[in-house]
Design a protein around this ligand. Sequence first.
Ligand SMILES: Cc1cc2nc3c(=O)[nH]c(=O)nc-3n(C[C@H](O)[C@H](O)[C@H](O)COP(=O)(O)O)c2cc1C
Length: 212
Amino acid sequence: MKRILAVNGSPRGERSHSRRLLESFLQACVAEQGEVEVLRREVGRGNLPHVDEAWIAAAFHPQPAQRPAPMQAALALSDELIDELFAADRLVIAAPMYNFAIPSGLKAWVDQIVRIGRTFDFIPDDPQQQYRPLLHGKSALIITSRGDRGYGAGGVNAALNHADVYLRAVLGLIGIERVAVVAVENDEFGGLAFADSYHAAERELAELAANF
Ligand SMILES: Cc1cc2nc3c(=O)[nH]c(=O)nc-3n(C[C@H](O)[C@H](O)[C@H](O)COP(=O)(O)O)c2cc1C
């Protein structure tokens, strides 16, 4: 059975385009593929904690197996989120663009799952590969929604895009290198410009669902 981890990064509910597209994509995956198990992780509307000093001290403990109980507790949620990621075959992230980047809840999730010794290793003496990813064989889809337009490669605002581009970089660090991006633009303009973009995203997602 294929397992999909769906991470929802929008603080909006029914009005969120990325959330709506994510949900219909999941439905299409189940309809097309049959045996699919979906696990949802809400990070846009939840209150995932930011990493703090206790978290950092625990994560960078020189002997992870010797971490005292309070340090283990500081990493408990991070462990849970990372376990979810390891258990999944596929990852889908609904990622609105906020201030050219991603919403803080989604960033909090990233900071919890990108962890030395669990999702990547750092080998300072290896000139070939100082950062070694620890996840293997997974692929991801980012469904992003933007108010403005032209954030895709070659677009007028491409240089300002620190959202899906950033997520792709960080997923690569931990070993998820096959990453597709489907974007909706023009939310702030509405009308035909938005409708065209939204329907194009729907079509792209419908095509991806059978083989995701
Ligand atoms: C706090 C905030 C910051 C935003 N920043 C940007 C931005 O930098 N660029 C942009 O194109 N749209 C921006 N937007 C618009 C959102 O990207 C757009 O409304 C998108 O559809 C939100 O995703 P959602 O529909 O899944 O909630 C911003 C919206 C909010 C609420």
